[in-house]
Design a binder for this molecule. Structure first.
Ligand code: EPU
Length: 442
């Protein structure tokens, strides 16, 4: 069990470097299995999700080797199994993303049922509907999906019922080697998806985003391994920015890119936070009391769901009433009870919505009466240290942030290494900026 003892009250100062995005890195590793020669993936973060992907690729028969600083070479040639759940104990939701490469190689794949985690049920019905539209046959038996392509995959038109980030990536990886042309409509627009498209196109794919939410894929027979660079992690960037502002500090985030952070930058400006876009990164600094804001977490290019927890924590320090509405996941306010315990003035509520089917990105039937979709935060409040246990990656970063602004020593217990799953050395980076965090692993 990892424990972080955080003593609050130090303004963060200095420079931090953003590493590659977790949510682009492990997908490039999976996509490299579609190639018939090795790929080199640069700027890859050392995070838990990358290690898990490495283990699965190796277990399936591929090779993953270090090739320098933050660089992995993936050799796909030895892949010899299509049954990742049984042979490799694959359980995670991300496991379903292996389907494209496995179908391309074997014409069949077995996928784990995506486990519900702490932010919602997270089904993959939209992914499966897309695969079926391309000719896959899906059977569900004994907790596993058995997917086969008796006649290979054939391109076609598919419209996603609602936005899905990994669903769009799964379909791109399935269609890139399908016969003919696939058009994905109402496809997700997250920049990590374009990072994947870039990788596949350089490997020989023919994929075009023809409008913000339409992607056309012309199937090709083969892909060849290439060198690819992972985009910087926008979520880590927002975490450091909120930490700089909440501790009344001044931090230059090297690698932060304005083009991927537009919705966040406008909220920082509205709240009265300081920022300067410089060569090679963005500086975030406290320049006086923060003002309250209203944000809704929505699909890209809007304010991301992954940012709402750290933003809500920042808003506990702003003057007045702030609101955060979550429209992507049906249950992503698990961190609120921790913040309340620390003295934050937060109430959860459900906003009045006239068109919930369009307003919410999750399937309405996955929702239940115990879930809340919005919070009202009244600030500023002095947070007091507490003992908290976390079980979601963004909630973990949120508690570190809360600890850094609280009075006294906050002990954060992370039994499933959630913080390491999504952030490379988050505690060390924060300590480098002056934070007082002592980590112990028992
Ligand atoms: N959904 C369905 N059925 C589907 C697909 C999605 O009901 O077939 C629901 C989801 O349960 C959710 C909503 O639709 O309520 C949106 O889901 P989406 O598919 O867009 O999210 P995701 O692909 O599962 C990725 C990231 C998340 C990030 C979201 C939004 C990865 C591995 N995960 O999730 O990141 O919050 O997109 O951009 O890329 C994280 O990094 O901690 C994380 C949760």
């Amino acid at each position: 069990m990892t424990k972080y003892a955080v003593t609050g009250g130090v303004p963060l100062k200095g420079e931090v470097i953003l590493r590659g995005a977790k949510n682009a890195g492990f997908k490039a590793m999976i996509a490299s299995l579609l190639c018939d020669s090795p790929s080199t993936i640069e700027n890859i973060s050392h995070v838990g999700d990358i290690s898990t992907t490495k283990e699965v690729i190796e277990c399936l028969g591929g090779r993953v080797e270090e090739c320098g600083d933050h660089c992995l070479k993936i050799t796909p040639n030895g892949i010899s199994s299509f049954d990742a759940p049984k042979s490799c104990g694959l359980k995670s939701r991300a496991g379903s993303m292996f389907v494209g490469p496995l179908l391309a190689k074997f014409g069949k794949a077995i996928l784990p049922i995506p486990g519900g985690d702490k932010i919602g049920v997270r089904p993959i019905d939209r992914h499966l509907a897309g695969l079926e539209a391309l000719g896959a046959v899906v059977e569900f038996k004994d907790g596993l999906f058995y997917i086969s392509t008796p006649n290979g995959l054939t391109g076609g038109n598919f419209r996603f019922k609602k936005n899905t980030h990994t669903g769009t990536e799964t379909l791109i990886m399935a269609a890139v080697k399908a016969r003919g042309k696939t058009i994905l409509e109402n496809a997700a627009a997250e920049p990590e998806i374009d990072n994947l498209i870039d990788f596949l196109n350089r490997a020989g794919g023919n994929i075009k985003r023809t409008s913000s939410r339409t992607i056309e894929i012309y199937g090709v027979d083969r892909l060849t391994g290439v060198k690819h660079k992972i985009m910087p992690d926008r979520n880590a960037g927002v975490t450091f920015a909120c930490a700089a502002l909440a501790t009344k500090g001044d931090v230059f985030i090297r690698g932060a890119q304005e083009k991927f952070l537009g919705a966040f930058i406008s909220k920082v400006q509205e709240a009265g936070g300081g920022l300067e876009i410089e060569d090679g990164g963005i500086r975030f600094f406290w320049q006086g009391p923060l003002k309250s804001t209203k944000v809704s977490a929505v699909p890209y290019p809007g304010f991301m769901t992954d940012w709402q927890a750290v933003w809500a924590t920042l808003m506990t320090q702003a003057q007045g009433e702030s609101e955060v509405i979550e429209t992507i996941f049906e249950n992503r306010f698990g961190y609120v009870s921790h913040l309340t315990k620390m003295g934050a003035n937060i109430t959860m509520f459900n906003p009045v919505v006239s068109n919930p089917e369009e307003f919410y990105n999750f399937n309405l039937h996955d929702d239940n009466k115990d879930n809340f979709h919005a919070v009202l935060i009244t600030g500023p409040t002095l947070l007091a240290s507490q003992e908290v246990e976390i079980n979601d990656v963004r909630a973990g970063a949120t508690m570190l942030l809360a600890g850094m602004i609280a009075k006294g020593e906050t002990n954060i217990y992370d039994p499933h290494s959630q913080i390491d799953r999504g952030y490379e050395k988050l505690d060390e980076n924060l300590v480098g900026l002056g934070a007082r965090i002592v980590r112990t692993n028992n």
